[in-house]
Design a protein around this ligand. Sequence first.
Ligand code: AP5
Length: 190
Amino acid sequence: MLNIVLFGPPGAGKGTQSQNLIQQYNLVHLSTGDILRGEISNGTPLGLEAKKLMDQGLLVPDEVVIGMISNKLDSNKDAKGFIFDGFPRTVAQAEALDQVLASKNDAISAMIALEVNEVELEKRLLIRGKDSGRPDDQNPEIIRKRVQEYTSKTAPVANFYKAQSKFYSVAGIGTIDGIFTAIKAVVEKL
Ligand code: AP5
């Protein structure tokens, strides 16, 4: 199985490059952000609770996203592998993911981190916010809060995979195709 954690701050290009990866390697894309937005648009109780946090740029509780990912792994038993996009976002989530995969005799193959500076992130998200209608893209203060959450709670997840010698860094500024070429170079070596 090829199981890749695509990592990086809000706006780094995780969703964009996930699309390239799933096409190239025939993998299943698991984006906790997309799953949560699906819950919101379906008006589920989980979605209503998550929306309050997401609109403020805050993370939703670990147990909520861990449960969602476990369910998706169970319902995609024939997958050749997964791209985890926006998950794990805390060390507790990374530990839980390792446990769930180990229970299926599986493991993460690599974390690939997209490196993009904060000025570029804010620019990208404000541009997208004009068209996407994503409430968390509309306002520079909320974007900064998302980046703060990333710095304080999510960035340490890189150390978790560094300790397992599974961490790879890729420059996330440049053309989408050029960045994908750099990602593929990592994947081909695995
Ligand atoms: P989530 O949906 O995961 O959002 P995010 O991490 O903030 O990431 P984005 O989707 O904004 O950015 P991205 O890195 O995917 O970049 P993209 O390809 O879209 O999470 C949203 C919220 O849900 C969180 O704040 C939290 O509340 C909650 N949540 C989700 N997962 C959670 C978890 N595990 N635990 C707890 N809470 C969780 O690109 C961004 C823009 O840039 C696009 O317009 C794109 O076209 C453009 N772009 C991409 N690449 C380039 C490039 N090379 N050059 C120029 N522009 C580019």
